[in-house]
Ligand binder design. Structure first.
Ligand SMILES: Nc1ncnc2c1ncn2[C@@H]1O[C@H](COP(=O)(O)OP(=O)(O)O)[C@@H](O)[C@H]1O
Ligand SMILES: [Mg+2]
Length: 299
């Protein structure tokens, strides 16, 4: 891609959230791939106390590979924007909206994008749906998420989610087919059908090799596939995303959007690189596409 090879790219990864370990894998893969692709690339592991060191590295572009807290929620984006450093992915407001599942659902509703019915968890209230899913508004990797079938578990699951965020969502449990679908620069990739062996796509199912089947044979009809694709693009647009994002969906008659991930996993085995490869886009090409939309003003 013309011009990009003259730029100094700093891959920022790690971070201090619950997804640090995943981010360390994502960042390493991005760094290695860009390096072997002939790019001028440096690695930067973000810790609690070193964010200002990004400035002394004088990057032209930061490749944001920090999942979750501070990397996906608009905080790192805001820092880079103030410093005038171009960065990959969605801007400050868009990241913040997408990362907060409560706010994202407001945007989905406003844009007539189906999402499971929900309300905010309050300690005294009775469950309005059963089964339901209880989750912190701002987390990832299924951390703090519970599928709840009983009133006793309802309270316990609420307390667990509260450990991660004051804002906790209760959603109607959708018994359907789990689909994840990536959007890169507004263009949708092939959907992937996710089948965890345990029945719940939790942290272990996500990151233990062989614990989950990822299938391009989704079993959806052509019309259903088109609907899933259109819905994913609508969700991406509703949140004003930029660059790469991955939309999590449960399909039951129609696609229900759970969330949009604005810093999706980019390890060799992550869903976005897998979908890209399936569609004839190499990892290097994918990362180049992400770098191509990096800018200093993404709001
Ligand atoms: N309303 C729901 N109905 C059915 N399954 C759900 C629902 N919400 C979440 N899940 C399950 O929990 C997983 C994690 O939820 P998600 O909202 O995507 O949060 P995270 O940011 O942790 O990935 C999903 O991949 C899905 O398997
Ligand atoms: Mg998810």
């Amino acid at each position: 891609m013309a011009g990009l090879k003259e730029k100094k790219i700093l891959v920022v990864y790690g971070g201090i959230g619950t997804e640090r370990e995943v981010s360390l894998c994502t960042g390493k893969n991005v760094y290695d791939t860009l390096k072997s692709g002939g790019y001028e690339v440096e690695a930067f592991i973000l810790n609690e106390d070193n964010i200002y060191e990004i400035l002394s590295r004088h990057p032209d572009i930061c490749f944001n590979a920090v999942h979750g807290k501070y990397g996906e929620d608009g905080v790192l984006q805001g820092f880079l924007e103030m410093a005038g450093i171009a960065y990959t992915g969605s801007g400050v407001a868009s990241s913040m909206m997408a990362y907060n599942k409560y706010m994202a659902k407001l945007a989905f509703e406003k844009n007539a994008i189906p999402t499971p019915r929900y309300y905010q968890f309050g300690s005294g209230g009775e469950p309005q749906f059963m089964p339901c899913v209880i989750k912190p508004a701002r987390e990832g990797s299924t951390v703090g998420v519970s599928i709840v079938h009983t009133r006793a578990h309802y309270k316990q699951a609420g307390a667990l989610a509260k450990k991660y965020d004051d804002c906790v969502l209760v959603e109607e449990y959708i018994d359907g087919k789990e689909i994840t679908i990536s959007v890169i620069n507004g263009k949708v990739l092939s959907p992937i059908y996710i089948k965890p062996h345990s029945g719940f796509y939790d942290y272990a199912s996500k990151y233990t090799a062989g614990a989950t089947d990822y299938l391009f044979e989704t079993g959806l009809s052509d019309a259903e596939t088109d609907l899933v694709k259109a819905t994913a693009v609508s969700a991406y647009k509703a949140l004003n995303c930029l660059g790469a994002a991955r939309v999590d969906i449960i399909f039951r008659d129609i696609p229900y959007v759970l969330e949009v991930n604005t810093v999706p996993g980019l390890t060799e085995t992550s869903n976005l690189p897998k979908a890209a490869e399936h569609d004839g886009i190499s990892q290097l090409e994918l990362f180049e596409m992400m770098l191509a939309t990096a800018s200093t003003e993404q709001n």
